[in-house]
Design a protein around this ligand. Structure first.
Ligand SMILES: Nc1nc2c(ncn2[C@@H]2O[C@H](COP(=O)(O)OP(=O)(O)OP(=O)(O)O)[C@@H](O)[C@H]2O)c(=O)[nH]1
Ligand SMILES: Nc1nc2c(ncn2[C@@H]2O[C@H](COP(=O)(O)OP(=O)(O)OP(=O)(O)O)[C@@H](O)[C@H]2O)c(=O)[nH]1
Ligand SMILES: [Mg+2]
Ligand SMILES: [Mg+2]
Lengths: 294, 286
């Protein structure tokens, strides 16, 4: 017997609801369904095979494969043409010229500043020295929020006055790190809507000045279909190298990971699982598949 | 190809010579996709789709109305039904408590509301009830300073109900007291407990759920959990200046029956607008 296109399509339509209910954006769902169809249609099936089960397993495997695919060439290959696969932080920092500059971007409220504190904490535990750049000079209380984190971590914060040019904050932080031979600079940026061309241009300017080793996009696991529009726009503007998906502890299934991977090609490297510094875990595709399919 | 919005879907009907059950079934499936693409909760989208199909198959279009317009009208009516009656926010003396998940825009919106009431001649006080997020007090204080509204809070205080009680005493006699609280979600029992205790202390007249337009499938269930804890009286949808369709926020309204009272359309302190249901729905169906 061979699997017919209509039979595979029918079974995939049923499984589609589980993906949509887990906040996998519709375009990403369509892309993964197409990949599974190409794989399964006309395949020989032995009598007695549980076809629905087989199609579900094929879908799970396809999702895991997409999420786990090593990223060979990030969007702006000039940054680092080599392959990188999570968990790569310590390898990445060791391999690269110091200071390694990590720039964090994303829309408003996704968890950028909190994630900077978490990654700073993690890197310090691994023995690296850190400088943080308070590159959000716009939002009320943004500089003070980072001051509190820098105090708790015992890390130098480079800050200018509210309203000053974020790119010059990043520049000063990198110069400070170079002069004092610090290993890593974490550059915070203000949240921004991808529809705000002025703010997107400001972000591009920060990226040009900071010339980061990695641009890390911080996405919210609670986001729906809009995750694709947002991630695509940020990727177009500054080239996203890696993704952190926050708030997976807040009842989210995490389908946004697939949406953002579909939109940018960049791997999800960490997930945020709470508000404390310890609440940062390496992303595992299998974890997400298990959450979605239960 | 796949219709990316309802408007595209309904164009299919225009070109059809006559509307039969098979076409309705096909269009209805596309309508369901468009609702999911707009982040309407999957279970709600299914219920809506079934009702739209039933009505499209049984109701005759009114005289002079085309079949296309009839189906469009049904979709529109079913969505408006969810939004319920809009309501004005009174300008009499009252206490407002802001709640919601993390990073939705609660603190920013507390500042926006304070300006809204101050501009209408009312005496307003802001209470910094978020004792968890680093520099939450600084954020609210800076917002208050910009608009000349006093903020009560103590940077080191860790007990939110105590801070709120002191704030209520300090602003006794003010027209409007707005209480900011920290982000939380329904599975964090200690934070849900804290929220209930703050509500007990403050006895707010309004309890607004602040939810952003971006939120997806978890919006409905999370809103229901907040509603079960402290009975919400209204919803404020933020970040409407992006491309998100806010179907999650609509699902939250459906789950709680609390009406949308305002929308946030930007980060600046004056970017708060009254809710306009027809505009919202046509943006959702895009
Ligand atoms: N539960 C949970 N909360 C988180 C997580 N990451 C961040 N948060 C919370 O989300 C809220 C927003 O976090 P921020 O770090 O301020 O977000 P941001 O992206 O810097 O925000 P803007 O700078 O305003 O755009 C805060 O209340 C954080 O505590 C997470 O993984 N889980
Ligand atoms: N573009 C846009 N940004 C908004 C809007 N409302 C709030 N924000 C931004 O969203 C981010 C989070 O806002 P906050 O007010 O800190 O959110 P919150 O709910 O108090 O966050 P937590 O207290 O950490 O849970 C900030 O960057 C705000 O400037 C809006 O309507 N449009
Ligand atoms: Mg921030
Ligand atoms: Mg807040």
């Amino acid at each position: 017997r061979r699997l017919s296109e209509s039979r595979v399509g029918e079974l995939l339509d049923e499984l589609e609801i589980a993906l949509l209910e887990s906040d996998v954006a519709l375009p990403a769902v369509e892309a993964i369904k197409k990949r599974v169809k190409q794989d399964l249609v006309d395949r020989k099936v032995r009598l007695g095979t549980d076809v629905p089960d087989m199609v579900e397993e094929a879908l799970k495997d396809a999702i895991t494969a997409v999420l786990a695919e090593p990223v060979v060439l990030p969007p702006k290959a000039r940054r680092h043409p080599s392959r990188f696969e999570p968990p790569f932080f310590s390898e990445f920092v060791d391999r690269h010229d110091k200071p390694v500059v990590l720039m964090f971007v994303g829309i408003n409220g996704t968890g950028k500043t909190t994630t900077i504190a978490k990654i700073g904490h993690m890197l310090m535990k691994q023995g690296y020295s850190i400088v943080i750049a308070a590159g959000d000079t716009f939002r009320a209380g943004a500089i003070q929020q980072l001051e509190k984190h820098a105090d708790q971590l015992g890390v130098k914060l480079i800050r200018h006055e509210a309203g000053s040019d974020p790119a010059s904050v990043a520049y000063d932080a990198i110069e400070h790190a170079r002069a004092r031979r610090r290993d890593v600079v974490l550059v915070d940026t203000a949240g921004r809507m991808q529809t705000d061309t002025g703010l997107m241009e400001e972000m591009s300017k920060i990226e040009r000045v900071a010339n980061p080793s990695l641009v890390i996009y911080v996405g919210d696991a609670l986001a729906g279909n809009d995750a694709v529009n947002e991630a695509m726009a940020f990727n177009r503007a500054v080239g996203v190298d890696a993704v952190v998906l926050t708030k997976v502890d807040a009842d989210a299934k995490g389908g946004a990971a697939l949406s953002i991977r579909y939109a940018t090609g960049a791997p999800v490297i960490f997930v945020g699982t709470g508000q404390e510094y310890k609440d940062l875990e390496a992303f595992s595709p299998r974890w997400m598949v298990d959450r979605i399919f239960g | 190809g796949l219709a990316s919005s309802l408007k595209d879907t309904l164009r299919k009907i225009v070109n059809a010579p006559h509307i039969d059950a098979a076409l309705i079934k096909e269009v209805v499936k596309e309508i369901q996709r468009a609702l999911l693409l707009a982040d309407i909760n999957a279970a709600l989208a299914l219920r809506l789709t079934k009702e739209i199909e039933r009505r499209a198959l049984t109701e005759k279009p009114p005289a002079g109305m085309s079949s296309r317009d009839h189906v469009v009208r049904i979709v529109y009516e079913e969505l408006v039904r969810i939004l319920g009656e809009t309501r004005e926010i009174s300008l009499k003396k009252h206490v407002i408590m802001m709640v919601g998940l993390y990073g939705q825009g609660k603190t920013t919106t507390a500042g926006k509301l304070a300006l809204y009431f101050k501009k209408r001649g009312l005496r307003v006080g802001l209470v910094a009830g978020d004792v968890h997020r680093p520099a939450a007090y600084d954020q609210l204080t800076q917002l208050g300073a910009r608009i000349g509204v006093p903020v009560h809070g103590e940077p080191g205080e860790t007990r939110a109900p105590k801070m709120v009680r002191e704030g209520m005493e300090k602003f006794d006699g003010y027209d409007i007291i707005i209480i900011d609280t920290s982000g939380r979600h329904s599975l964090e029992d200690d934070l849900v407990e804290e929220m209930k205790r703050i509500a007990n202390v403050a006895q707010p007249d309004e309890k607004f759920l602040v939810i952003d337009a971006v939120m997806g499938q978890t919006a409905g269930p999370q809103a229901r959990a907040f509603h079960e804890a402290i009975t919400l009286t209204g919803v404020i949808i933020t970040k409407m200046d992006g491309t998100a369709k806010a179907g999650g926020a609509l699902s939250a309204v459906q789950a709680t029956k609390a009406p949308v009272v305002f929308i946030g359309t930007g980060e600046h302190i004056d970017e708060l607008e009254k809710f306009n249901p027809p505009g919202f729905i046509s943006r959702l169906l895009g």
